[in-house]
Write a protein that binds this ligand. Structure first.
Ligand code: SF4
Ligand code: SF4
Length: 283
């Protein structure tokens, strides 16, 4: 909730637009504080320029915290947690659905914008700024954050815009309804299947300094940690000392909070233990 306020505080923190943080919060929204990496990467792909700052900064954050932003700070993650509380039949996405977000990243955030973009031609940046993202990219075709935070308020308050809305606008509205419905019936389904930012941050799961570890001598295999995991990514390591990296783990630490055995599960940051299961603070 704090992150939701922080990332929508443009009027008290306008300089935040220079920061590209790994959270899905549309930066076209007038109150959006930070720059969305998906929109920023798409813009650089359209211009065919290397996004050194975005890649470098995101790589640093991913190395330090993995998908921790997905679990602790992303407003769209929070929205999913809220919607999943609505009483309804619940359904688990098949594991194969996890791959869709990588396709979104490769095709809609990088591939098509690169192929169809304006390149370095004279005036391309101005033209793109004026025309907006009319290309076939993630922001233009899919992003439910952009639709929810920018399109919906605009259509609701400006009748002239409503009258001029294109098929693309209405198809995005329909997609938003579908995605919100999916969030109600399937937990963290958007993070798992459709978020290209999640795909980007998931690439760090093997190298991030933020890691979970299970102590096989203390774990009783009760599987409570597996049942509570919102992304269905929790697995017990097959061998002692095996790395527990899962690209779908959003480091929410629900598993650690649920585990009843003191010290069976632990969280580590750069080799230091920062939290232990069993409700006992680390000495
Ligand atoms: S494995 Fe644990 S920290 Fe990772 S997403 Fe599942 S519950 Fe959260
Ligand atoms: S909740 Fe704790 S004790 Fe139970 S299976 Fe998970 S790590 Fe092991």
């Amino acid at each position: 909730m704090a992150a939701l306020v922080l990332f929508n505080g443009y009027y008290w923190a306008p300089q935040g637009k220079y920061l590209c943080l790994p959270v899905l919060n549309c930066y076209s929204c007038p109150i959006g504080t930070v720059a969305c990496p998906v929109g920023s990467l798409t813009a650089f792909a359209i211009l065919r320029r290397m996004p050194y700052y975005i890649i470098g900064f995101l790589a640093l954050l991913a190395l330090a915290l993995g998908r921790g932003f997905c679990g602790w700070a992303c407003p769209f993650g929070f929205l999913q947690d809220l919607l999943y509380r609505i009483r309804s039949p619940k359904w688990r996405l098949p594991r194969a659905a996890d791959a869709v977000k990588y396709a979104m990243l490769v095709v809609l955030v990088i591939g098509l914008p690169l192929a169809l973009g304006g390149g370095k031609e004279k005036g391309a940046a101005d033209r793109i700024a004026q025309e907006g993202t009319r290309a076939y990219d993630y922001c233009a075709l899919v992003c439910p954050a952009g639709t929810l935070e920018t399109t919906v308020p605009s259509l609701a308050t400006k009748p002239d815009l409503r009258a001029r809305a294109s098929w693309r606008t209405w198809s995005k509205m329909g997609l938003l309804v579908l995605i919100l419905g999916l969030m109600v019936v399937s937990r963290r389904s958007f993070c798992r299947a459709l978020c290209p930012l999640g795909a980007l941050m998931a690439l760090s799961s093997r190298v991030t300094l933020f890691q979970l570890r299970t102590d096989p001598e203390k774990c009783t295999h009760c599987d409570r940690c597996i049942a509570v995991c919102p992304t269905h990514s929790r697995r017990l390591p097959a061998r002692p000392g095996e790395r527990e990296a899962s690209s779908e783990c959003v480091m929410c630490l629900d598993c650690l909070r649920t585990c009843p055995e003191a010290g069976a599960l632990s969280a580590h940051l750069g080799g230091r233990t920062i939290a232990l299961s069993g409700g006992k603070p680390h000495a």
